[in-house]
Design a protein around this ligand. Structure first.
Ligand code: A3P
Length: 305
């Protein structure tokens, strides 16, 4: 009998620990990803496959849930059929066996598939561009993204220790975290969004007007759902609803991977939580560096200063 996703993680047991990062083309990635890089890079999507791309902690899971509901006519039972990484595999993830890799899960699915990635644009397998796959990119303002990543690294027992808060800010500014520099990530997709038909969304817009952003995604996917169904998707993808949804809140991830007693996956889901973390001095240093790193870039981030 094939192990379920959850059973496979339990079976991996003691082989799970905080894995170091290893660079691929200058980008720090989790060790298992780097070791399997050639098979990830060789992945060939179908033209009908859809990619959801983000820097970690920018609102990936939220967007995955919205897309899954849109594609299933707002049917909550369909969107609760399996844990989110099984419904929408994580392209580059590799873990110790017998945990299935993203590629293993994708092999067992027929297109059109929805695929999640955190890869910066230059590391996205070229088949996505050759096949003109649709790509939804979600960006979140830097300081909130950093805060969310910090708490995630505290609870995710397979990523490097975040260390003290002040040092974590510096690692973020230098791009020394998993999947590299936030600055390069958001800029890379922004520059290519028109040429490659990427739908570029912002976490802050999704918070402010979820209905409007859900409709934008619906149109990008060439779908047309009734107002009632859209309203239901707004409701089913609220922070509260997703925090209570065991197929979205990562409660299926055993403690040796996500220790949610340290910090829950569905932590706060707010804009501006950075103000509860940065001292005025830390914010000043961060903002000066931000201005330098984002010079000449016109990405309309809000609440980023
Ligand atoms: P916080 O840590 O700020 O709470 P990702 O899915 O990319 O890992 O991002 C996780 C972040 O998105 C977390 O941010 C999480 O709470 C937030 N999030 C998840 N679902 C959400 C929703 N429905 N509405 C708002 N924020 C959500």
């Amino acid at each position: 009998k094939k192990l379920s996703y959850e059973e496979a993680i339990v079976r991996a047991g003691d082989t799970l620990h905080r894995f170091p990062l290893m660079k691929i083309r200058g980008i720090p990635l989790m060790e298992h990803i780097a070791q399997n890089w050639s098979s990830i890079w060789a992945f060939r999507p179908d033209p009908s496959d859809l990619l959801i791309s983000t820097y970690p902690k920018a609102g990936t899971t939220w967007t995955q849930e919205i897309v899954d509901l849109l594609l299933n006519n707002g049917d909550p039972d369909v969107s609760k059929r399996a844990p989110i990484p099984v419904r929408i595999p994580f392209l580059e993830i590799f873990s110790p066996p017998p945990i299935p890799s993203g590629l293993d899960l994708l092999k067992d699915m027929d297109p059109p598939r929805v695929i999640k990635t955190h890869l910066p644009i230059q590391l996205v397998p070229e088949g996505f561009w050759e096949n003109k796959c649709k790509v939804i990119y979600v960006a979140r303002n830097a300081k909130d993204n950093l805060v969310s990543y910090y708490h995630f690294d505290r609870m995710n027992q397979t990523q490097p220790e975040p260390g003290p808060w002040d040092g974590y800010i510096r690692k973020f500014m230098k791009g020394d975290l998993g999947w590299g520099s936030w600055y390069d990530h958001v800029k890379g997709y922004w520059k290519e969004r028109e040429r490659r038909n990427i739908l570029y969304l912002f976490y802050e817009d999704m918070k402010e007007n979820p209905r409007q952003e859900i409709i934008r995604i619906m149109k990008y996917l060439d779908l047309s759902l009734s107002d009632d169904i859209i309203d239901r998707i707004v409701q089913l993808t609220s922070f509260k609803a997703m925090k209570d949804n065991p197929m979205a809140n990562y409660s299926f991830m055993p403690k040796p991977v996500f220790d949610q007693s340290i910090s829950p996956f569905m932590r706060k889901g707010e804009v501006g939580d950075w103000a509860n973390h940065f001292s005025p001095e830390q914010a000043k240093v961060f903002d000066e560096d931000y201005t330098r790193q984002m010079e000449g870039v016109d990405i309309p981030f809000r609440s980023n200063i």
